[in-house]
Write a protein that binds this ligand. Structure first.
Ligand code: C5P
Length: 398
């Protein structure tokens, strides 16, 4: 059955970004009803949203609707989810106190579907204890909130208050529309991306890992109710909402953090492209060029810890461990060896030479192998779908 999402836009500068969100939701064949406050209509026209949503945009309590006899009740009754984005300080205050003095606030009061609120405002306004109290009141009533992003705001100030990325709001909407809480109460630690090894204070060696696969796994696990710890090296991606993100630099640092949290975890997934080597002696000062262009420099490398192997050695009975095997030859055979040597329960094997598989791509082609040697070969699919398939197997293992 087609689900209906109500998008309530209030009067913040970020309201123009909601056009993109509506267009994304429509592409998913969701039914979208856009509601706008008077303030929102100053930033973006209802016509834009009407064109994108393909439905009447509701703005005024007193205008007769062609579709609904009693507009605010008719709209509220249709919703499977109500999203308020961007949510201004004023509108949050109105919701927290049950005010119903315009179309959108009246729909909020009449609504019985889950509500997702996405605040966006100036940092000082967001941090104002009154605003925070109002947010807490709504959280206690069961409203879902997304944390604003940090960055340069439209007012010129730098800090917390930006509207989160539309892709993240979209993910959160999809999660709330299809609640699958099969990981509720479970703690999953996932490592992702690359690691970096210093040569001197300004230079380092690293690899092509981007974090796409690991971040997709973290998002999927969080959406399915898990308590997620995402340990990643530098990545251009932003961590999914509702995930504890620990940023690290080197493989040793990543290893220390993961060993620290291991005993608290039900599942550990090693999706990071951990650097196998580090520099034996990191130069304390920046290494200088010389006039002697024939001079040869040698970097001496030593092996990094194999993080999964270390975790595997200390593995408690009820811990499920999943690793990846990115191979260029004898894929399945090498993957099986790694499953055993690292004491894993499941290994995700992929041939990184195949088109559409491996590091920076948005897709992957993987085969899942369990301890009994059973294989599940998946076709080429998006990393998000691969993540869902891996998490499905993890749930079966549990
Ligand atoms: O041995 P190989 O690097 O091919 O194994 C890949 C798997 O092991 C991946 O899951 C990767 O995250 C993990 N790994 C690790 N520590 C390393 C190297 C790889 O945990 N130093």
């Amino acid at each position: 059955m087609v689900k209906t999402v109500g998008i309530g836009i209030t009067g913040g500068i970020a309201s123009y970004k909601i056009a993109d969100l509506v267009s994304k939701l429509k592409k998913d064949d969701l039914d979208v009803i856009v509601m706008m406050t008077e303030g929102a209509s100053k930033f973006i026209t209802p016509l834009t949203l009407k064109t994108l949503s393909g439905r009447e945009v509701v703005t005024d309590l007193w205008t007769e609707s062609l579709e609904w006899k009693v507009q605010h009740i008719g709209v509220a009754e249709q919703l499977d989810l109500l999203v308020i984005a961007p949510a201004t300080a004023n509108f949050i205050a109105k919701m927290a106190h049950g005010l119903a003095d315009d179309l959108l606030s009246t729909v909020v009061v009449a609504n019985t579907a889950p509500v997702l609120v996405v605040p966006s405002m100036n940092t000082n306004m967001y941090n104002n204890p009154i605003v925070q109290d109002n947010i807490n009141t709504l959280v206690n009533y069961g409203y879902h909130f997304m944390d604003p992003d940090s960055g340069v705001l439209a007012c010129g100030v730098s800090g917390k208050g930006r509207l989160p990325e539309i892709a993240d709001i979209y993910q959160q909407i999809i999660a709330l529309l299809s609640p699958n809480n099969d990981l509720f109460g479970k703690r999953i630690m996932i490592n992702a991306g690359t690691t970096c090894e210093d040569i001197d204070p300004v230079r380092f060696i690293s690899n092509r890992g981007t974090g796409k696969m690991g971040f997709a796994l973290a998002r999927e696990a969080a959406q399915r109710g898990a308590d997620v710890i995402l340990v990643s090296g530098p990545s251009p991606l932003s961590a999914p909402p509702n995930v504890k993100h620990v940023s690290v630099w080197s493989a040793q640092e990543m290893c220390e953090i993961m060993l620290k949290y291991q005993s608290a975890c039900d599942v550990i997934i090693g999706a990071a492209a951990v650097g196998d080597f580090r520099i034996a002696n990191v130069a304390e000062q920046k290494m200088k060029k010389t006039e002697d262009k024939s001079r040869k420099l040698t970097l001496e490398l030593v092996e990094n810890p194999d993080i999964l192997k270390e975790l595997g050695k200390r593995k408690q009975d009820n811990l499920i461990m999943v690793g990846f095997a990115a191979e260029t030859e004898n894929v399945l055979e090498n993957a099986r060896k790694k499953l055993v040597s690292k004491n894993l329960d499941l290994i995700v094997a992929n041939d990184v030479t195949m088109e559409g598989a491996g590091f920076a791509t948005d897709t992957n082609i993987v085969t899942l192998i369990n301890r009994a040697g059973e294989l599940v070969a998946l076709p080429k699919m998006s990393k998000d779908m691969v993540a869902a398939a891996i998490i499905d197997r993890v749930v079966e293992l549990m």
